[in-house]
Design a protein around this ligand. Structure first.
Ligand code: A3P
Length: 340
């Protein structure tokens, strides 16, 4: 039995629990449950936590998505910098043929569209409707998609194709604080307490969590420790912190990985700086569309732009909380050669 949601929360469509297919309802009745941050009940499916509607999108996507070799997938956990990565990748791959970077006349689609509109999530925006196989013919090549799915749950055709995956993670301390603020921004009244949310996050109970397994699922695809002969050009592994501190360097590498490197001429014209300005937190946050616009789900675009900084956790977490999260990272991820 799927529970009703309290009316105090503005739920994005992909979290709403109406319109579930019968097979998803049957599956739900067999899965472990926990109290969610956004919805009453979340379900653990193959080690990761989802709302019923997300699970439906996930299964639909696994069943029907057919990858093409030149697809590009941006993979993240919620609140690790997805919006920023979408803006950067969209600008990079479309700059030559479709959307030249023009800062002055504001012609570029990012001036009038939230990045989530330009780069849809596979499981939330495309494959979310029950029993519907979406028509993707309108996507121009290379097709650019996003996902919050861990590597293991990606559609098989994606894992077996030559498509490229960019994974962006973020220090879990900042990731947690950002998620906690976001969950409360979606509430009309009341709030998730910091302590209760922190406890859940540390137990891996948040949508798409546990965070450590999510990060490791992509890390293992790139890590030399895991695969000594790894010559993997499929997954590019990025961190929010390096993107924030060394943006030009990362952007250049990202362009190369995506198969659209900067030419000497573009470098001399300062195109990299233009893309960075276009996609900067300050620019995007102050655009009309992101100040007053809404996603079709009802979420206000401004909820995606809070501070955009490294280290806001220092303003919220106690010494014990910091130690606890650091210990989790060390214990769960250290043996795989992963550290923040
Ligand atoms: P904070 O809540 O710490 O400010 P996501 O896009 O995955 O939902 O992540 C949202 C986080 O990325 C928020 O972090 C948000 O402010 C930050 N962010 C959004 N756009 C950004 C940009 N252009 N540059 C840097 N950070 C950005």
């Amino acid at each position: 039995m799927v529970e009703e949601q309290p009316s105090s929360i503005i739920l994005p469509k992909y979290l709403q629990e109406d319109e579930l297919s019968e097979d998803v309802r049957v599956l739900l009745s067999t899965l472990p449950t926990a109290k969610g941050w956004f919805v009453n009940t979340i379900y653990q499916y193959q080690g990761f936590w989802y709302s019923p509607k997300q699970l439906q999108g996930l299964l639909n996507c696994q069943k029907h998505f057919q990858a093409q070799d030149n697809d590009i997938l941006l993979a993240t956990q919620p609140k690790s910098g997805t919006t920023w990565l979408k803006a950067l990748a969209f600008s990079l791959i479309n700059r030559k043929n479709k959307y030249p970077i023009t800062l002055n006349n504001q012609d570029h689609p990012l001036f009038t569209n939230n990045p989530h509109t330009l780069v849809p999530f596979l499981e939330f925006d495309i494959f979310h409707v029950k029993d519907v196989v979406p028509d993707l013919s309108a996507f121009s090549s290379p097709r650019l998609f996003a996902t919050h799915l861990p590597y293991a749950l990606l559609p098989e055709s994606m894992k077996n194709s030559n498509c490229k995956i960019v994974y962006l993670c973020r220090d879990p301390k900042d990731n947690f604080i950002s998620l906690w603020h976001f969950s409360n921004a979606l509430r009309r009244e009341g709030s998730n307490s910091l302590d209760e949310s922190f406890d859940k996050f540390c137990r891996g109970i948040n949508v798409g969590g546990p965070f450590w397994d999510h990060i490791l699922s992509y890390w293992k695809e790139t890590s030399l420790l895991e695969k000594p002969n790894n010559n993997n050009k499929k997954v590019m592994f990025l961190r929010f912190e390096e993107l924030r501190m060394n943006t030009s360097f990362v952007l250049k590498n990202l362009a190369e990985f995506l198969g659209c490197p900067f030419s000497k001429e573009e470098e001399n014209q300062g195109l990299m700086d233009d893309i960075l300005k276009l996609c900067s937190f300050e620019n995007l946050r102050n655009l009309e569309v992101n100040k007053n616009g809404k996603r079709p789900s009802g979420i206000e675009n401004k909820a995606y732009f809070r501070r955009g900084e490294i280290g806001d956790w220092k303003n919220h977490l106690s010494v014990e909380m910091i130690e606890k999260l650091n210990d989790i990272v060390e214990n769960k991820m250290g043996t795989f050669g992963f550290r923040f």
